[in-house]
Design a protein around this ligand. Sequence first.
Ligand code: C2E
Ligand code: CA
Ligand code: CA
Length: 515
Amino acid sequence: MRNAQWVIRKYLRQRIAVCVIVAVCAFAITLGTRFISQRGINQNQIDSLIRHSIDRMDTLLIPLQTQRAEMLALVGQPCEAIHLPLRKLAVALQTVRSIALVKSGQLYCSSALGKRDVAIHSLQAQLPSRTPLLELTTDHSLLKGTPILIQWFPASADGKDGVLASLNIDLISNIILESSPPLIDQMSLNVGKLYFQHETGITDRLVSANDKIYSQQSARFPFSISVLSPGPERLALQNLLSELPLAIIMSVLFTWIAWLVTAGRLSFTREISMGIARKEFSLYCQPQMDARMQRCIGVEILLRWHNPRVGWIEPDVFIPIVETQNLIIPLTRYVISETAQRLHLFPQDPNFQIGINVAAAHFKNGRLLQDLQPYWFNFQPIQQLTVELTEREALHDVNYQMRSELGNQQIKLAIDDFGTGNSSLSWLEMLHPDVLKIDKSFTQAIGTDAVNSTVTDLIIALGQRLNIELVAEGVETPEQASYLQQHGVHLLQGYWFAHPMRIEEFPQWLAEREQ
Ligand code: C2E
Ligand code: CA
Ligand code: CA
């Protein structure tokens, strides 16, 4: 069994735990979504920059392709005759440094230098070639040693005749291969196994300590553009720092909402309401004995709560909370109705007393009487109902009219825990209770505590004087029982006779007792 503080702290801990989880999740989800969206944006930007470069490079190579037939038509013609149209073609193609015509492996006419006679193989080792070639290489005729991009178109089946166009890659690279930090640190043109970068020139591999390589192939020509980039993830991560304020705001906002939402849900009050609805409360009863006759003359109905999430919770823990949370009336209604449905478990005797604990709040505005009609009297009980009014609360809600109504309905009024709370003698006189239940603290004082046992004697004398029935609670020893009897208290309740038991066990207990 748990005490009230433990239970309340448990709910508070759960509420705090929920809020911490919400705070962490809101923080992580905000940063996570910002990260994912920024990563997507970065990836798109890198892709589009690469595509843009490919498009620009394609735009340079397309005119060469379209002029191919025109250039090939010049191969074999004497250089003097075609030098002018060759120059015009080279000028029209703008980015072309020179166009050279090759016949039988010999470069015999160049748009830049006019008539020549050089073995093409000595200028470009890979030429002549049977197949068209696009290659990164170094210039060996005009600006020696500078990087060029060559386009070879063969003009004959054996590949010994053809046209060689050299593109001034160095000049155009700063337009085509534009780096855009921080997205792209370096951009390179990749043809065959070689790379060309704006500042480094031609290399056979891309080297980077931290960056990643992203490449895209041109759909039209045999080249690709490769970039060195920190990568969309790393860039998005670097960007996360600027998203921290947003994540903190979202986290605080959602935590605040969670705190408000859990106020009702993760509270003891809600747990009690749910407990009533789910019938987690069970009824126990404790016999009351007439010690003279050695007979059970009634029972007191006591609640037990087995909460599936918390375990057993004592009435001393939940009843005070129930009372402060205005749930005592529905809970008592539940006790009355559940008891009324089990009246067959008790002797069908009009003198058999069934005591039900009722809080003072239930007496207000006659609500108890309103509830008794449907929940008790409709079951046509034979037994005597006693309502035990605890002194835990101030009793000013119980008025004289109410008292007489109870009398009219043959309901007995008992004052519970008499001597411990707010009772006063004038109040006793006004309400004329039928029963005084001597609190267990006075019973237990018998023979041990001189002051309290004097009070016990006074209560007994008072009851006898006012002609009120006396029931002693908490009788645990035969000495207490015989002392009370000798002093005229014959109705006794306590562990000495029976512990509270499940209401369904009562018939068997009674049968064994009366054997
Ligand atoms: P109470 O009305 O004074 O009920 C008697 C309490 O004393 C019960 O505790 C019972 O188990 C305990 N008791 C009985 N015999 C002995 C004994 O010989 N020695 C000792 N030490 N204790 C004994 P329980 O069931 O834990 O109930 C505690 C209190 O919770 C009750 O005190 C009553 O004020 C409240 N309660 C229980 N059920 C209900 C209910 O249905 N409605 C309302 N409003 N209050 C209830
Ligand atoms: Ca009681
Ligand atoms: Ca009591």
